[in-house]
Design a protein around this ligand. Structure first.
Ligand SMILES: CC(C)(COP(=O)(O)OP(=O)(O)OC[C@H]1O[C@@H](n2cnc3c(N)ncnc32)[C@H](O)[C@@H]1OP(=O)(O)O)[C@@H](O)C(=O)NCCC(=O)NCCS
Length: 171
């Protein structure tokens, strides 16, 4: 752990986190989701949302919808000042573990073709680009890559996860 770095903990997102969550949302995505949009997500029975915290400070968040056996990642973000510390990775891992515990077999998401940081993270966790939605993002007409994992319960994927978890725990 770096000097001055605090313990990073992941907790379910709650109403009291929303102000900080939206501040990070604005830094990462602009005016995409408001406090009300997050509030609706917290009330949505298919949604599961988490925050990553250093002490009381929210430094990242992530969430997904579980639709039948598919977990659709709806958002993941780390405050720009806290990137590169494997917080995004730990949030993604939390989503994968939570989704598996609720019966998910696959995970999927959309990502901007230009977003190499996020694609790097997803690639590390076995997401592969299997499709492209043309002009998906309304702000600039950018295409989205549609990424999927293989079956999360396949021994090969579980071995990959276990190796990644061991590496994080080591760090
Ligand atoms: C994507 C994001 C969540 C990653 O968070 P992070 O905490 O900085 O990432 P981590 O430190 O956990 O990195 C984990 C892995 O992601 C990949 N990665 C992270 N930053 C990267 C970069 N700048 N370039 C390429 N790959 C990168 C690497 O594979 C890295 O593993 P490694 O360190 O072993 O190489 C963060 O960049 C972010 O919030 N971006 C803005 C919001 C966003 O685009 N969200 C995704 C929408 S689809």
């Amino acid at each position: 752990m770096r000097e001055n770095e605090m313990i990073f903990l992941i907790e379910p997102m709650e109403e009291k986190d929303l102000e900080q969550v939206v501040a990070i949302e604005r830094l990462c995505f602009g005016d995409r989701w408001s406090v009300n949009a997050f509030r609706n997500e917290l009330e949505n029975a298919t949604g599961s949302y988490f925050v990553g915290k250093e002490g009381e400070k929210v430094v990242g968040f992530a969430g997904y919808w579980l639709i039948l056996e598919e977990a659709h990642i709806t958002t993941i973000a780390v405050h720009p000042d806290f990137r590169g510390r494997h917080y995004g990775e730990r949030l993604l891992l939390k989503l994968i573990e939570d989704a598996m515990s609720k019966g998910a077999k696959w995970m999927t998401l959309e990502v901007r073709v230009s977003n190499k940081e996020a694609q790097g993270l997803y690639g590390k966790y076995g997401f592969q680009s299997l499709g492209r939605r043309k002009g998906y993002y309304q702000d600039n007409g950018e295409d989205a890559l549609v990424m999927w994992t293989e079956n999360l319960w396949q021994p090969e994927y579980r071995r990959r996860l276990e190796a990644l978890i061991a590496k994080i725990e080591e760090a």
